[in-house]
Design a protein around this ligand. Structure first.
Ligand code: 5RP
Length: 225
């Protein structure tokens, strides 16, 4: 599920602004999605110009893009990211919904491990409160159980269908994703904890209190919040 509405220019501006915070010698978490891709491309240009960085990709897509951009790669086993740059589907009060690209579980691991987590979004993503459906990655056999538990939390789960393929979307780790509509999320921290403790949930896209700064690309420039 992609949240469109922002423009390519806004995404590029946010990505370039975040790439500018990266310093020589940094290990950088490389996010997934079109706005994070703008940051990866800009980092690649800086590497071409002599910047010494290593990237930790959050998905196969990010890895492929980083290789294409000429960014040397490393792993969480070898290094701790100094900074992670990643997109979001919605931002409210610094909390995020992520997972439009079904990479939220790996993204959370890398983003939370980084000393500084920089979020990059277009102008359509900030909202007064989070009400975007929350992606929940679950073990395939656990889907019926997870659906019932989400419903008990007053959520409405929908198994994410693949496009141009029959059947469900599967993550890079081979698991299906349930997009869970909770309406307006009044208490993100409580919901995040409740989702995390459902047996069979591998990871969810509610990122509470993880972002250090948000770079919002606009038609006029970039707002850093
Ligand atoms: C992928 C994500 C993306 O960062 C999120 O979907 C935003 O993507 P885009 O920058 O293309 O709007 O969470 O799992």
């Amino acid at each position: 599920m992609k949240n469109s509405g922002g423009t390519e220019t806004q995404k590029r501006r946010a990505g370039e602004s975040a790439a500018a915070v990266v310093e020589d010698g940094d290990v950088v978490g490389l996010g997934t999605g079109s706005t994070a891709a703008a940051a990866i491309r800009e980092l690649g240009r800086r590497v071409d110009a002599g910047l010494d960085v290593r990237g930790v990709p959050t998905s196969r897509g990010a890895r492929r893009l980083a290789r294409k951009a000429g960014i040397p790669l490393t792993t969480l086993a070898a290094s701790t990211p100094d900074v992670a740059i990643d997109g979001a589907d919605q931002v409210a009060d610094g909390d995020l919904v992520k997972g439009g690209g079904a990479a939220h579980t790996r993204e959370k691991v890398v983003d939370a491990a980084a000393d500084r987590f920089v979020v990059v979004v277009d102008a359509a993503k900030p909202a007064p409160a989070l009400d975007h459906p929350i992606p929940v990655e679950a073990l395939a056999d656990a889907v019926p159980v997870v659906e019932r538990r989400v419903e008990a939390l007053d959520g409405e789960p929908t198994l994410r269908a693949a496009e141009r393929k029959d059947g469900p979307v599967v993550t890079d780790d081979g698991n299906p994703v349930l997009d869970c509509d909770f309406g307006v999320v009044r208490e993100p921290e409580t919901l995040a904890a409740a989702l995390a403790e459902i047996p069979g949930v591998v990871g969810h896209g509610l990122f509470v209190d993880l972002a250090d700064e948000v770079h919002v690309g606009t038609d006029d420039g970039v707002e850093v919040r």
